[in-house]
Design a protein around this ligand. Structure first.
Ligand code: GAL
Length: 715
């Protein structure tokens, strides 16, 4: 407190015109906070309301404050905060939220502004998160709920020692329109801001520290990692039951069904009340579904219809403007939050609904409340917009926590501080290739993304998209408009089913990877750039010759980025194919890699060209990779306490150790220590043959495994 005060005085006296250094205060191991000017009290981390997962930091190396700490500069001028962070020549930056086109940020400008993504990586997106990671192993979070501009290496200061020389465009062919820049500069329209500096040493460690600061990654209920189908918006209770029958008849796995707007008596705006025609007895219906092992997930947006019983009471607690003629609850006001969530508890949560799809909390501009809107709490409209998705996630997560039940749902807007929320982002953009890049980028910033499957022009596209979504945080078909079923393209129906079964079989692997996300902050789906031994020098593009590398050394990295293959959990490298493609290149990091399906060796630190056939999405396993799987796929995810047989696969030649996580899969009891980690070891015996062991479950801890078999995939 005292330091802040002194610092404010320092600014008042000396800091107004020129940049000043920042005084850093350590808040967690490897995390420092700096206060500039007078930060606003309403900020992203405050809205998220999460507290650090302290125990996770203990498993990260002790580190010194990054050297750049003393070189970060800040000033408050004209009621705005200016920040400047130095950049090195070969440095690359990742993050800044949910981007769809590229991984590397350097050389770009972002106006971080909550919005529905419209095809440009310009900061207007569903998760405009002011957090970035440097390839040099540090990270920066700007904890402000304002729209802000980040110049990620575009401005050149006239007094910079690294300033590039001016050239003559008329005669010099090496002239460039965007000369070299050695700083990230940020403009925040506020008279101060709180920033966080994260140390590594590696970029992965930075991300882990960020996620742990935000409460640790989410641990979904086990069923959330099963298969989900969203049905047509006007489906009735009967049709939903029929849908479950159809899935069962086809022997197709299913864990939860998404009901789209039509379950409500009016939408949009929403009543949050069941439509009596389509769902005459909602409570019975939900129970019946539960008895068949199916959870329900309800689509909703938060805008209250004049027809809702909630309308009158919410009216004084809502903003000045409407969205689709519905009032907008002022979520910065506790009373408004309380009103909304008690309605949802009464209508949905207490009758057994499993979760929500929180729609339309992002943009587009003309659909949302305008920035001139006012809210009774006095929180400016822009800050409300930046944080609305966070509030919705927080409120619903807390409501489920009260019942000691985990939830897993969808949200279309998020921001910094959301790592521990059980929500997956999605949108309407539907570009398969860009959906994969979004999946990669989500891993830099503590969010999850699903490359959902909605429809397809051909069976080939349907299968290719389905193969990808199976290797993502939520294996979802969103047929809200298309009415499609997994088997709608008969020519690929069997292959689609095979991948749904694979998803189910891999449950122990997925669940453990999410436990690692929770306890250690390791993102389950992430960029190759975070993988040891990955070398971007191996270019897949030929556009390099056109670039002026002498002038713009970082351009090399931009043109070489790998944005169509990713890591899924500790051991798997996934390289999707897109409709129309028969062949693709895959960049393998250093170390031996093996084919997931056959166990055969495929390469080491090289680019391979693969022609997998339509029935396969290429997946490769790191040497020594241990993949715990269900021996047999189940149509529903095993319930709490339900025993299953385990098959433990090992790939390659290396000895290895893995820790398999388990708990009841449904409640928050794991936060009280009700979980187990079992040590899996693969070693060579005296004859040189591989053998595996798995440790016993500690006494009294959850134990769902009946029998264990081993499969050494590489002969
Ligand atoms: C959109 C949403 C879709 C679907 C639709 C229903 O806003 O992105 O996934 O839910 O609403 O009206």
């Amino acid at each position: 407190m005292k330091t802040n005060f002194l610092f404010i005085i320092f600014f008042a006296l000396f800091g107004l015109q020129s940049y000043a250094q920042i005084q850093w205060q350590q808040v967690e191991s490897g995390v420092w906070k700096g206060i500039i000017g007078m930060p606003e009290t309403y900020n992203l981390l405050k809205v998220s309301g999460t507290s650090p997962l302290k125990e996770g930091f203990a498993r990260l190396p002790e580190v010194e404050i990054p050297q750049l700490a003393s070189e970060v500069k800040a000033s408050v001028v004209d009621r705005k905060t200016y920040l400047s962070f130095p950049l090195q020549r070969n440095e690359q930056l990742y993050g800044l939220g949910l981007n769809f086109k590229t991984i590397n940020l350097r050389g770009k400008i972002f106006n971080l502004h909550m919005d529905h993504y419209a095809g440009n990586d310009n900061g207007r997106t569903h998760a405009p998160i002011p957090f970035y990671v440097s390839s040099l192993g540090y990270g920066i979070l700007i904890n402000s709920a304002r729209y802000m501009t980040v110049y990620a290496g575009t401005g050149s200061r006239k007094d910079s020692p690294n300033a590039p020389p001016a050239k003559d465009r008329n005669t010099d062919r090496t002239w460039t329109a965007s000369p070299y820049s050695d700083e990230v500069s940020v403009l925040i329209p506020a008279e101060g801001v709180e920033i966080y500096l994260f140390a590594g040493p590696t970029p992965m460690d930075v991300i882990r520290r960020y996620n742990l600061l935000c409460g640790g990654g989410t641990l979904p209920p086990r069923w959330g990692l099963g298969i989900t189908q969203r049905v047509h918006t006007l489906y009735t209770a009967e049709q939903v039951e029929q849908e479950v029958d159809d899935f069962d008849k086809h022997g197709f796995p299913l864990d939860f069904i998404g009901l789209e707007p039509g379950w409500q008596s009016k939408a949009y705006p929403c009543t949050f009340e069941w439509d009596k025609g389509r769902f005459p007895n909602a409570a019975d219906f939900v129970q019946k579904m539960l008895s068949r092992g199916i959870r329900l997930n309800l689509w909703t947006n938060p805008y209250v219809s004049p027809q809702s019983q909630l309308y009158k009471e919410m009216y004084p607690l809502s903003g000045s403007h409407t969205v689709w003629c519905g009032i907008v609850p002022d979520l910065a006001d506790e009373k408004a939050r309380e009103l909304l969530i008690s309605k949802w508890e009464k209508e949905h949560i207490t009758i057994g609904v499993g979760g929500y799809k929180l729609d339309e909390v992002d943009g587009f501009d003309r659909w949302l409340w305008p920035d001139v809107a006012t809210f009774p709490s006095g929180i400016p409209s822009e800050m409300m917009r930046q944080t609305y998705g966070l509030w919705m996630q927080r409120m619903t997560t807390d409501a489920y926590r009260k019942q000691n039940k985990r939830t897993y749902g969808l949200v279309r807007a998020s921001n910094a501080g959301a790592s521990s929320f059980p929500y997956v982002l999605y949108n309407d953009y539907y570009n398969h290739r860009d959906f994969v890049t979004a999946l990669i980028n989500s891993g830099f910033c503590g969010i999850l993304w699903t490359p959902e499957v909605r429809n397809a022009k051909t069976g080939e596209e349907w299968l290719r998209r389905f193969q990808t979504v199976v290797f993502s945080p939520m294996a979802m078909i969103d047929a809200w408009s298309s009415r499609l079923k997994p088997w709608s393209f008969p020519e690929v129906a069997e292959q689609v089913k095979e991948y749904a079964m694979l998803r189910m079989r891999m449950m122990p692997y997925w669940y453990t990877e999410f436990a690692r996300y929770h306890f250690d902050g390791i993102p389950p789906f992430r960029s190759m750039n975070l993988e040891q031994g990955f070398d971007v020098q191996k270019s897949l593009t030929t556009t390099l010759e056109k670039q002026n590398l002498e002038e713009n050394p970082y351009l090399e990295k931009i043109t070489q980025e790998i944005k169509d293959q990713y890591m899924a959990g500790e051991y798997l490298l996934v390289a999707p194919l897109f409709a129309g493609e028969k062949q693709r290149q895959v960049v393998l990091p250093k170390g031996n890699w093996y084919d997931f399906y056959t166990g055969e060796y495929v390469g080491n630190g090289e680019i391979i060209t693969v022609t997998p056939g339509l029935e396969r999405i290429p997946v490769y396993v790191k040497d020594g990779g241990i993949i715990p799987m269900l021996k047999q796929a189940t149509l529903r995810t095993p319930k709490s306490g339900e025993k299953f047989d385990l098959e433990i696969r090992h790939y390659g030649k290396a000895e290895n150790a893995y820790r398999l996580y388990d708990d009841d899969g449904e409640t928050f009891d794991y936060e009280q220590g009700e979980y187990s980690w079992r040590d899996i070891k693969v070693t060579r015996d005296k004859k040189g043959n591989l053998q595996g062991t798995i440790s016993k479950v500690p006494k009294g801890k959850p134990d769902n495994i009946a029998n264990v078999t081993w499969k050494f995939m590489t002969k």
